[in-house]
Write a protein that binds this ligand. Structure first.
Ligand code: 5GP
Ligand code: MN
Length: 344
């Protein structure tokens, strides 16, 4: 059986073929490796097929993804709103990737809402919103990158998937699975990786470009946070880490420097629920991770204006860091039973 409904795939293919202007690809705010891997991979494939394609990102993304094929042509909406609006005006097809609700676009939401052409969503989060003409959404995929690669393979565009595109798709899969540590319960993911490998990608090089590209300051910040900014709640099998604005100044923080911090407490014996709070100028960014059945997207939705996957979610709280920490402590008793059920 096909993993994705063939009728959906054919509709998607037809929308691309019907486009006579440009196609614009959009990742979510603060795009991660999967959002960028998906848009850059699809960009390369459609570009190879001779189509006009643009990428407009709501915000910038970490430097350790800047080596990726196509990075130079990504338009950053927050820096270039007029150029972004022009890219939308010149396009008749919009493809949203790796997010399930328009609020994930921040202020760029208006541009997508008022877009006059056809819209498609390609995503792997639960509860996809109804804001596009076509929805290709499936939570059984590790990543949007794996999903779009699988979809493309059943289209005429399969012939245009080259090593560059495969490298972008692999980056998406690798980062959304934490290097095959989570979101990999479906054997198809490994089959996809085998196919990408046959296309000549260099996994070690990709891994090194993403994960061995940090500053000394980031490693020092990590050590500092592990020593001074981590609170463990053994009775709730939970842990919390936080980074103040002051800490960010001390360690010359740049976007992406806190990547992966939230996963670290999960390596403590007995801990299955972890949160990271990063203090921003106007709000607190929250990141959640869990092991097993405990659904952190529910915690994020209920208390932190967010959402995401069962084991990886995020949100934002317009409050002080102290309030966020207190909010977290206060919700632990409510989820105690569900957390405990998650322990193997
Ligand atoms: P991260 O902790 O890496 O920022 O995000 C993990 C996952 O949580 C993302 O893949 C995304 O699905 C979700 N997520 C992160 N931030 C938000 C947010 O502000 N709102 C919603 N709805 N989901 C988020
Ligand atoms: Mn993703």
């Amino acid at each position: 059986m096909e993993r994705v409904d063939i009728e959906l795939i054919k509709s998607f293919e037809q929308l691309i073929k019907n486009s006579s202007k440009s196609i614009v690809l959009v990742p979510h705010t603060n795009p991660d490796g999967d959002a960028m891997g998906s848009v850059l991979g699809l960009w390369r494939v459609l570009q190879n097929a001779g189509l006009k394609v643009k990428i407009v990102s709501p915000t910038k993304y970490p430097e350790f993804y800047h080596w990726m094929d196509g990075h130079e042509q990504v338009i950053n909406f927050s820096h270039h709103p007029k150029q972004s609006a022009r890219a939308f005006a010149e396009s008749d097809l919009l493809i949203c990737m790796d997010f399930n609700q328009l609020s994930r676009l921040g202020v760029m939401k208006q541009l997508v809402e008022s877009f006059e052409g056809k819209k498609v969503l390609v995503d792997h989060h639960p509860y996809p919103g109804n804001f596009t003409d076509l929805i290709i959404s499936d939570i059984t995929f590790s990543s949007t990158a794996e999903l779009i690669f699988t979809v493309l393979q059943s289209t005429e565009f399969a012939a245009y998937i080259d090593k560059n595109a495969a490298t972008s798709f692999f980056t998406g899969i690798m980062t959304d699975t934490g290097s095959f540590d989570f979101n990999v319960s479906n054997p198809n993911t490994f089959e996809t990786v085998a196919q990408l490998t046959r296309m000549g990608i260099d996994q070690l090089d990709i891994h090194s470009k993403v994960y061995d590209n940090y500053s000394a300051d980031r490693i020092r910040l990590m050590g500092f946070c592990l020593s001074n900014r981590m609170i463990v709640y053994p009775e709730y099998h939970a842990a919390c880490m936080y980074i103040t604005r002051e800490d960010q100044k001390t360690f010359n923080f740049v976007t992406g420097d806190n990547e992966g911090f939230v996963n670290m407490p999960l390596s403590i014996k007995g801990i299955v629920f972890s949160v990271l709070f990063t203090e921003k100028e106007k709000y607190i960014k929250a990141s959640f991770r869990s092991k097993g059945d405990f659904a952190v997207n529910e915690v994020s939705e209920k208390y932190f204006n967010g959402g995401g996957h069962r084991n990886a979610a995020g949100g934002e709280l317009y409050a002080s860091l102290q309030e966020a920490l207190t909010q977290f402590e206060n919700l632990l008793p409510e989820f105690e039973d569900r957390i405990k059920k998650s322990i193997k």
